[in-house]
Design a protein. Sequence first.
Length: 186
Amino acid sequence: MKNVLIVEGHRDSKNDSVANKQIIEDLRELLPDAEISILDELYQNFEIDVKAEQEKLEKSDIIVLQFPLFWYGMPSIMNKWMEDTFEHGWSHGSTGNKLHGKKLIASFTAGAPEEAYQKDGIMGYGIEEYLPPIKSMCGLCGMEFVDYVFTGGVSFELRTNPDEVEKIKAKAKSHAEKVASLIEEI
């Protein structure tokens, strides 16, 4: 049996998210045995319980990082979680082997449409060009980067339009199904 840990790193998942909130709800149904950590609920003050987080990671076989792109990267709470939890001598370094062999999936969303994340799009870069920090972290920690799931066009700003909210939720459901399918293939 695969032990799956989903780490959700939205800055305000309850009040400031439609897509990521829906993705987590759908993943709870699709992967009922997965452990799900909602960082902004656990660490409102950004004081990460390093030992608790390391224990979750050590128990896992597959780690899913679920987050919205904020300024072309992970939100600050997920960065803080990683900075604190991935300690030298634990996750990497000459004695840091606790993450060796674990599989990682990057699962992320963006408010801008997917077409914006292409070389000729408004962002000027393809979405895969945002992945090197995650892939490098996997390499440093002896983890296997499996793949990513990306969904664009799910701007929270559309939340005042009920039709748009339904479209976002449908995209989120499809996103969650892709994540679950990737996990099943491992």
